[in-house]
Design a protein around this ligand. Structure first.
Ligand code: NAD
Length: 484
């Protein structure tokens, strides 16, 4: 693997501490980092290299999935870490950063491969990218790459503006946009599951599938993120990115070959076939909700409007459910339902494929109901696949659904950030979001944003600890289905 310098903007932040350092360390332990590498942490505050290294070691103690007592490995690992104090808006200051990077490359005899990870608020993305370019940090003899994480804009226009600015400093194939759902092992496994199994592949179309249900529910409320969340809502925080990515991964058609370009091509085709919502009919297909007070695990919790940092009159959506149609020959007539909410009864990210049930009335008896076959892909918190089949109970002779279950081992499963950082290091962008996916997603979501803003879709309330507003259940009942 190429030697490289990992320049981390926001090195003293929360994401760095909880996710990035542990991910890099686990890659290091698994010998998945280059033999020669350095990490340059950029932060606004003052810190010596020693203090910075201690801070990294502390984060590994708390957050690394390898509970390694051996201190020496951690000490060996952080030797590669340097700190650079820099206000990212201070253009002149980047010269110091460039000198530090170059000095390190020289000392360690490393190629000029530079990974820039922007773990900072998105308002700085364009500023930092331009400064990387203007300072010469981006002029390397090796490769340069940029990693950023959502939000990529807050609507279509702002996303386009941001992308235009980023593309002045980095080519599209140098930009790695993280959607951490794409880093989840079961999401990465979707492709193998649906493409590498002829049994499933032959059923993966509208002849056999009745509907698809994609759920990403959380038990937590807004937590300390009101400042961001109250402007974003579930629609921007979850639907525009994660939910639509899961939809693309589920609905894409098998490519000619498994390669990053082919997969991204197939994902793009899904988005291009997604039926646009019309201004006036958003409310027919989209349900929005906001949590009321209620109980979670027997404990009372407050309504969204009573959360710290939220105005009592807030009309923000903490729940969205929607019915989507993919207008191509594979999915014609198959509704895709998505739902995502906070303060729900259970934490679950899963995809359920409900197969058609032409044998429903085969047995002609109340005792012998033939249930639809269901394929469930559990993504979080449990990882696994299960298939619900019909079977006769040998004791009483009644028909009953049985589940064939595969649960992924809980042990030693790499975390999303680990898988994604490794892919970025080797230059594989399959599980990163391409610009055209971002743009097509915002484009699809735009009429919903407008309808929410203009209050043309009712805001249903739902009790904390429930399964969302009644209207979300009605959405499926209208079509003769139910949420699984
Ligand atoms: P944070 O506020 O904890 O950290 C921000 C970092 O940016 C700090 O190191 C701070 O020193 C630095 N910074 C701020 N202003 C600066 C300036 N002018 N010059 C130099 N450095 C400056 O934020 P975070 O939670 O680590 O989040 C970082 C990004 O990652 C955000 O865009 C956030 O939306 C995203 N994100 C965070 C999480 C998470 O779990 N924390 C998860 C997903 C995405």
């Amino acid at each position: 693997m190429d030697s490289m310098t990992f320049v981390l903007f926001g090195a003293t932040g929360d994401l760095a501490k909880r996710k990035i350092y542990p991910a890099l360390f686990n890659l290091y332990l698994n010998q998945k980092l280059p033999k020669s590498f350095s990490v340059i942490g950029v932060g606004r505050g003052e810190s010596s290299d020693d203090e910075f290294q201690s801070r990294v070691i502390d984060s590994l103690h708390t957050f690394s999935r390898h509970l390694l007592n051996d201190k020496s490995k951690k000490e060996e690992f952080v030797k590669a870490f340097r700190y650079c104090q820099l206000d990212v808006t201070d253009t002149a200051g980047y010269k110091k950063l460039l000198e530090l990077v170059q000095q390190n490359e020289k000392e360690k005899n490393m190629a000029e491969n530079r990974m820039f990870y922007l773990s900072v608020t998105p308002e700085f993305f364009d500023v930092i990218a331009m400064n990387i370019k203007d300072s010469g940090l981006g002029s390397t003899n090796g490769w340069k790459r940029l990693i950023i994480e959502k939000p990529f804009g807050h609507d279509l226009k702002s996303a386009q503006e941001l992308n235009e600015k980023l593309s002045k400093a980095f080519e599209e194939d140098e930009i790695y946009r993280i959607d951490h759902y794409l880093g989840k092992p079961m999401v990465q496994n979707l492709e193998a599951l649906t493409f590498a199994n002829p049994v499933l592949q032959s059923l993966w179309n509208n002849r056999f599938i009745a509907n698809v249900q994609i759920t990403a529910n959380e038990i937590v409320g807004v937590e300390e993120r009101a400042g961001y969340y109250d402007k974003a809502g579930a629609i921007r925080d979850m639907v525009q990115n994660h939910m639509l990515q899961l939809l693309m991964m589920t609905a894409m058609h098998v490519p000619k070959r498994i390669s990053e370009n082919e997969i991204r091509n197939e994902k793009r085709k899904v988005m291009e076939s997604l039926r646009p919502l019309q201004r006036d009919t958003v409310g027919v297909h989209v349900v929005r909700g906001q949590y009321e007070h209620g109980e979670i695990s027997g404990e009372p919790v407050v309504a969204y409007g009573e959360e710290p940092g939220v105005e009592a009159s807030s009309q923000n959506d903490t729940f969205v459910a929607a019915r989507l149609w993919i207008d191509n020959s594979f999915w014609d007539g198959v509704p895709f339902y998505i739902r995502t909410g906070k303060r729900m009864a259970e934490k679950a990210t899963k995809i359920v494929i409900e197969f058609k049930n032409p044998l429903k009335d085969l047995y002609n008896s109340e005792m012998e109901q033939v249930e639809p076959n269901l394929l469930t892909i559990n993504i979080n918190p449990n990882e696994g696949v299960s298939l619900q089949l019909n079977s006769k109970n040998p004791i009483n002779g009644e028909m009953e659904p049985i589940t064939v279950d595969f649960s992924a081992s809980k042990q030693d499963v790499p975390e999303a950030y680990e898988l994604l950082l490794f892919d970025a290091l080797v230059g594989d962008s399959t599980f990163f979001t391409h610009w055209n996916e971002v743009e097509l997603s915002w484009n699809w979501v735009e009429p919903i944003l407008e309808a929410f803003k203009e209050n043309r879709v009712p805001l249903h309330s739902y009790s904390s600890g429930s399964m969302g507003p009644e209207a979300a259940h009605q959405l499926l009942i209208e079509d003769g289905y139910k949420w699984w």
